[in-house]
Design a protein around this ligand. Structure first.
Ligand code: ADP
Ligand code: TRP
Length: 319
């Protein structure tokens, strides 16, 4: 089964990104034909500041966190330009009304982002990404479901005209992944300024973790762990006996939330140790990252080429 996913290069990754998205992608590599790319054209729609640097940062981060170029096809969107041709062709199968109804366009313009054409036609480029590679399943967050539905609508219109050429993609929502809370207990998100980054400095990370909002309970008193923001973050990194042991420490009393925060910082630091080492390696070997991306783009293009050729033929663009 072909599982397809795109990620915008948008800066430092936080543990919500890891548990909510990246880890699923890495786990999927073992039992599906995974296609993962960095959506740098899409990132232009939200300003595109420092795009080149952020694109390399995202590639480095994803490789460090376990995207394996042997198992997955991993590339940068702009390296397989066939997608832009398909984007144009699909535009003729995209009614204006379909795009006018897109929530993400309405939300972004309501937030003050300039209402330019690329923001408006964002879902068409996303449809081209998905359809160019014959993607069957697209794991996404809830906010992206409508984009997959738009891709299906466009594909259906195209197929009605030219026959069964495009595969209709299905979205997949990771129900079991709960929302990772931020340091204030709300959903962790860059836009709320409540994140704990994956690749921060150790001291800085401890400082952030110390800011986690907790209940005021006297040191000697037993404490509730179920609704504690520190515990809810720690449980992402712990299992079995270690998790039970932490619960016992809460129930017993005699320790304050400050102790649990220090423990969380240690556990987290240990959890990401191997990833950090890999990141440092790739950071110091950016040429190797570039080579991986070039090879990935070649692999992706080998799938894209026959598809775009066929589309050029049926639409009469090929003459
Ligand atoms: P942010 O909200 O920080 O801007 P993004 O919207 O870029 O994060 O999210 C990228 C991916 O990470 C998405 O697939 C999203 O589902 C996942 N993700 C982000 N924050 C969380 C969270 N707090 N809990 C679970 N998953 C998350
Ligand atoms: N729009 C997606 C996001 O913001 C990124 C993306 C671009 C994507 N093209 C895609 C996701 C194709 C899945 C499939 O998260």
């Amino acid at each position: 089964m072909r599982v397809f996913t795109g990620i915008q290069p948008s800066g430092d990754l936080h543990i919500g990104n890891y548990f909510g998205s990246i880890k699923q992608m890495v786990d999927a590599q073992d039992n599906s034909d995974t296609f993962a790319f960095i959506a740098n054209y899409h990132a232009q729609t939200s300003g595109g500041k420092d795009l080149s640097k952020l694109t390399m940062q995202a590639a480095t981060d994803f490789l460090a966190l376990g995207i394996d170029p042997e198992k997955s096809t991993f590339w940068i969107q702009s390296d397989v330009k066939e997608v832009l041709e398909l984007y144009w062709i699909l535009s003729s199968f995209t009614p204006m009304g379909l795009l006018e109804r897109a929530h993400s366009y309405k939300d972004k313009t309501a937030k003050g982002i300039a209402a330019n054409h690329s923001l408006f036609s964002y879902p068409v480029l996303m449809a081209a990404d998905i359809l160019l590679f014959g993607s069957e399943v697209v794991p996404v967050g809830k906010d992206q479901i409508q984009h997959i539905e738009i891709a299906r609508d466009i594909a259906t219109k195209f197929n009605n005209e030219y026959g069964d050429i495009l595969v209709l993609p299905e979205f997949r929502i990771q129900e079991e992944v709960q929302t990772v809370p931020g340091i204030d207990g709300q959903k962790m998100s860059k836009s709320y300024g409540n994140v704990v980054n994956i690749f921060g400095e150790e001291k800085k990370q401890l400082k952030t973790i110390k800011k986690i909002v907790t209940e005021q309970v006297a040191l000697e008193e037993p404490k509730e762990f179920e609704n504690c923001n520190v515990y809810n973050m720690a449980k992402l990194f712990l299992e079995g006996e270690n998790l039970i042991a932490l619960q016992e420490r809460y129930k017993k009393g005699g320790e304050g939330h400050g102790h649990f925060k220090i423990y969380l910082a240690e556990v987290m630091w240990e959890y990401f140790r191997e990833f950090r080492e890999k990141r440092e390696y790739y950071e110091n070997n950016q040429n190797e990252v570039r080579e991986i991306l070039t090879a990935g783009a070649d692999k992706a293009r080998a799938v894209a080429k026959p598809m775009i050729e066929k589309i050029r033929e049926v639409t009469g663009i090929k003459y």
